[in-house]
Write a protein that binds this ligand. Structure first.
Ligand SMILES: *Cc1c(COP(=O)(O)O)cnc(C)c1O
Length: 426
């Protein structure tokens, strides 16, 4: 299936039933698998043989979903996780331990920012936060002997800044470290970060990949292209006493990273996706291409409409011609920029709240990226645990509304936004 288009892979990727097998991916609701001999199970434990052993580590329904995402992103393998948070945590832990250092951008999703700033710090992993405004020299000046990776978001939540993947991949590679990008907002339908040099991609599959707001989940995809044998990653090249002295690079070659993510971190931390959630997310992903086209089309129409509204102070959407990232958006998001718009209601926080409370079709939910239109006020909700300075650095203005444009009729969404904007100014 490798050479098929994204549209076809969304529908059929990852599952090729044999004669007489179910056409739809079955839900393998089983924790365990039966074997005929003790030696066979021993071989599974030693990673000498491939196979399912216990559903904390792998499961055939998850396997289909993981194969689909690897195909969609153009990677060599993927590991699903119980949430997007778990995906980002494991993506980093697979390369870092106590005493290591990473570089991360300061405009990340609030949950990821706090995870990196506080939890990883508690684990002894230090982070230097850098900004999209920094020069390459400024960023490079923070790279030290123990720096293991650079982490960014393709399209940031909620400030919708576009990440110059090629630039930061080159920068990372000059220093022998990989670039990890969280590709949640574009999805592989709108942008494939590996095509621009990124090494590892993560997703909160909770958002557009599921698309229907049914299942929390995440995934890590490996491009298989990074050379771990450059001396900077003894965690992948050296012998692991937990597996009788196995070296991941020697045993698994280009799949060293993604194999370790599963057989060490999914196994030990237990951040496993459930088969039922994998089934639902895979079902959602089957219509991803259609949905992303409609989300993007609706969002661009609505962003332009908001720009012309007397009750709106400012609008950010990457494919608006006056957006600061318009050139980058044309390069990385040429098919569309997804459904997320950030805008300010004229006035301040009070007007913003009145706007939210007056909506009828769009709802207030703590979520983004599903088929229904909804709104959220990041400063008082998803990003409320960030300091004022961190909020500013993340590009979250006090009156910013995050609008997640659904696939309903655009005129009807606009009519609802207009009436609520009107009420906000009374
Ligand atoms: C939501 C989100 C996450 C966290 O994912 P969960 O599935 O909620 O754990 C991470 N990154 C981005 C960009 C997100 O939007």
């Amino acid at each position: 299936m490798k050479n098929l288009s994204v549209e076809t892979l969304c529908v059929q990727g990852g599952y090729e039933p044999e004669n007489g097998e179910t056409r739809i991916v079955p839900i393998y609701q089983s924790t365990t698998y039966k074997y005929d001999s003790a030696d066979e199970v021993g071989d599974l434990f030693d990673l000498v043989k491939e196979g399912h052993m216990y559903s904390r580590i792998s499961n055939p329904t998850l396997d289909v979903f993981e194969k689909k995402l690897a195909l969609l992103e153009g990677g060599i393998g993927a590991v699903s996780t119980s949430s997007g948070q778990a995906a980002n945590l494991l993506a980093i832990l697979t390369l870092c331990k106590n005493g290591d250092h990473i570089i991360a951008f300061n405009n990340l999703y609030g949950g990821t920012f706090v995870l990196i700033q506080s939890r990883l710090k508690d684990f002894g992993i230090e982070t230097t936060f850098v900004s999209l405004d920094d020069t390459d020299e400024e960023i490079e000046s923070h790279i030290k002997e123990n720096t293991k990776l650079i982490f960014g978001e393709t399209l940031s939540n909620p400030s919708v800044r576009v990440f110059d993947i090629e630039r930061y991949a080159d920068l990372a590679h000059r220093h022998g470290i990989p670039l990890i990008v969280d590709n949640t907002f574009p999805t592989p339908y709108l942008c494939r970060p590996f095509d621009f040099g990124a090494d590892i991609v993560t997703h909160s599959t909770t958002k557009y990949l599921d698309g229907h707001a049914t299942s929390v989940g995440g995934i890590i995809v490996d491009s298989g292209k990074f050379d771990w044998n450059n001396g900077n990653f003894p965690c992948l090249t050296d012998e692991d006493p937990n597996y009788h002295g196995l070296s991941y690079t020697k045993a698994f070659g280009e799949a060293a990273y993604i194999t370790k993510a599963r057989v060490v971190f999914i196994r030990d931390l237990g951040t496993t996706l459930s088969p039922f959630n994998a089934f639902l997310t895979n079902l959602g992903a089957e219509t991803l291409a259609l949905r992303m086209d409609r989300h993007s089309e609706n969002a661009l129409t609505i962003a332009k409409h908001l720009q012309a509204s007397p009750n709106v102070a400012w609008v950010k959407y990457p494919l608006l011609e006056d957006n600061e990232d318009y050139e980058l958006a044309k390069k990385y998001l040429s098919k569309g920029a997804s459904g997320i718009i950030s805008f300010g209601v004229k006035g301040g926080v009070e007007e913003g709240k009145k706007f939210i409370d007056s909506l009828e079709l769009a709802s207030l939910v703590v979520h983004v990226g599903d088929i229904r239109t909804h709104v959220l006020h990041p400063a008082s909700m998803t990003h409320r645990q960030l300091s004022k300075e961190a909020q500013e650095a993340a590009g979250i203005e006090e009156n910013a509304i995050r609008l997640s444009v659904g696939i309903e009729n655009a005129d009807e969404i606009i009519a609802d936004l207009d009436q609520a904007l009107e009420k906000s100014q009374r």
